[in-house]
Write a protein that binds this ligand. Structure first.
Ligand code: SF4
Length: 227
């Protein structure tokens, strides 16, 4: 593959993505019963790990608070208390309520479903507390849109593997997202599954100090040869 590498082209991304996907079981990686639950989870998981966000979601489920109306009308101090396991509870409570109010103002989830992806993303980014990463997680896992979550794990993996042509493509969120979406368009690679595999890889092997000796991607990765 590397033989074909030329300026402006990175032909190995689909191959590396398939190999990575072959290393992990990503079935049911984002467990949620409803689209709105995915949206809540995308905010609750900000700056924490999924088990903490899941504990907060369980508390909301116990209280039957998993709908836009039930979140937006909940007393904010009580909502903060319920979601305490996810951390930053006051901040996240105000974000959850902003999200719920937006869904209600928009006419509900069915109205949002009818929007095209770019319009929906623009609207999501205008909601308090929703940045690029959260918006793309909601689009991908909640609405099934072909959006790549170009988080720090993804950028680190692409950078270490030497998959990007320009450092700019791994330095910042938007260039990375666009690069991956463009390079994988027309392949059968699911962007949500790829995100899941990257997160699992980053948390198990390709950590801040990577365990390259036990990585199946070692042969194709640029990183072990540069340290
Ligand atoms: S070889 Fe090392 S740096 Fe490369 S993907 Fe595997 S763990 Fe990460």
């Amino acid at each position: 593959m590397n033989r074909c590498r030329s300026v402006g082209v990175s032909p190995s991304l689909p191959g590396a993505s398939r190999r990575l996907l072959g290393m992990y079981d990503v079935d049911g990686w984002w467990p949620a019963r409803t689209r709105f639950e995915v949206m809540l989870g995308a905010i609750l998981v900000q700056n924490t790990r999924w088990p903490n966000a899941a504990a907060a979601l369980r508390a909301l489920r116990r209280e039957r608070r998993l709908t836009p109306a039930s979140i937006s009308t909940l007393e904010s101090a009580y909502l903060s208390e319920l979601i305490r396991p996810a951390g930053c509870q006051s901040v996240k409570a105000s974000r959850l309520q902003a999200l719920a109010a937006w869904v209600e103002r928009a006419g509900g989830l069915r109205s949002l479903e009818a929007l095209d992806t770019d319009r929906l993303r623009t609207e999501l980014l205008a909601v308090h507390g929703i940045g690029h990463e959260t918006a793309d997680a909601i689009l991908c896992f909640g609405f099934g849109r072909p959006r790549f979550v170009a988080d720090k794990y993804a950028r680190r993996w692409l950078d270490r593997m030497g998959l990007a042509v320009s450092p700019l493509q791994t330095r910042a969120y938007e260039p990375c997202r666009k690069f991956v979406e463009q390079r994988l368009r027309g392949t059968n690679i699911d962007l949500g599954e790829l995100h899941a595999a990257i997160v699992l890889h980053a948390q198990s092997i390709c950590r801040a100090r990577p365990n390259c000796e036990s990585c199946d991607l070692r042969r194709d990765c640029r990183f072990p040869r540069t340290v």
